[in-house]
Design a protein around this ligand. Structure first.
Ligand code: CP
Length: 321
């Protein structure tokens, strides 16, 4: 693996990353959370969009692997003076950094950066395109909930996952719709008509799509992943009112009761409590939301290790570009 730009990857590569994340996960139980693997390496977190989970967990992941981690944000950098992404990337590369983690509002920006700077690049979310480490951490958390400590080596075969909400604007939905089927899961996309990809029946992502959340709940899915309604990416005409959205697509207390005890409740965060998910659902025993956050550190450690550790065999195998 030379970069991590997409969640589209072969099953074997995904399971290898999830298994490596299992190894990294053990550090959570230690008093001294430090491995020497990336000593002497420098990672820049280049974030042009706001973030709590992704940026913090990449920083923690790098530090727990003993890398030096520098945070550069759009607002405080020369990007705010009009410097181009290419010039910002080349400037950072010229300082001798070993890898760049980038979040951008522009779909495709991480792939461009990867071509320009000749360093490993990790896509930490690009526009409405992809968020591959989110999909990996979602798969990791779900696999752990299902298989516990026996998760290593396993996929998500036959696991039925419904992803609900603003599919059209969601890089999380896209990356999950690419990764989860590769691991054997059956994915259904659910949302208002204007929030679903164009075309009836199987979507261009190759998974089922429907507007009927209540019918999906009646099928008793193994996991229900709620997506944040992205108020910052809406154009007024396509947004149902909050009341209409809640009526059709929110995981309300009443839908929670119908969902049953077996379904895991997932959300990438940040949540709009009371809009796409009720507080009771978010805090239920079935919720994996904080486990997903914890998994984010382990998965990002695995990704940084795979890309930057000189002793890791996949650092040049051309996996998920
Ligand atoms: N899920 C996610 O990407 O959250 P942040 O925007 O807080 O990083």
């Amino acid at each position: 693996m030379t970069h991590l730009l997409t969640a589209a990857m072969p099953r074997d590569a995904a399971i290898a990353l999830l298994d490596l994340a299992e190894d990294m996960h053990q550090i959570q139980d230690r008093q001294v959370k430090k491995l020497p693997a990336l000593r002497g390496r420098t990672v820049v977190n280049l974030f042009f969009e706001d973030s709590t989970r992704t940026r913090s967990s990449f920083e923690i992941a790098g530090k727990w692997l003993s890398a030096d981690v520098i945070n550069v944000s759009g607002k405080g950098s020369s990007a705010s003076k009009g410097e181009s992404l290419r010039d910002t990337g080349l400037t950072i590369a010229a300082m001798g950094v070993d890898g760049v983690v980038v979040r951008s509002g522009s779909s495709g920006a991480p792939a461009l950066l990867a071509d320009w700077i000749g360093r490993p690049v990790v896509n930490a979310g690009d526009g409405t395109h992809e968020h591959p480490t989110q999909a990996l951490l979602d798969a990791f958390a779900l696999r752990r909930r299902i298989h516990g400590d026996a998760a290593r080596g396993k996929g998500l075969d036959g696991v039925r996952v419904a992803i609900v909400g603003d599919i059209a604007h969601s890089r999380v939905a896209r990356s999950n719709a690419l990764l989860l089927p590769a691991l054997g899961a059956e994915v259904t996309l659910v949302g208002p008509p204007a929030f679903l990809p164009p075309g009836a029946g199987p979507t261009r992502l190759g998974v089922r799509a429907t507007t009927d959340l209540d019918a999906v709940i009646a099928e008793r899915p193994d996991a229900l992943m709620l997506l944040r309604v992205q108020l910052e990416r809406q154009t007024g005409a396509v947004v149902p009112s909050a009341a209409e959205y809640i009526t059709g697509w929110s995981l309300t207390d009443e839908r929670l009761a119908r969902l049953g005890d077996e379904a895991r409740i997932m959300h990438p965060g940040p949540m709009n409590r009371g809009l796409e998910i009720s507080s009771r659902a978010a805090d239920a025993d079935a919720s994996t939301i904080l486990e997903q956050v914890t998994a984010g550190v382990s998965v990002r450690m695995a990704v940084l290790y795979s890309l930057l550790a000189s002793d890791h065999p996949s650092s040049a195998d051309g996996g998920s570009r």
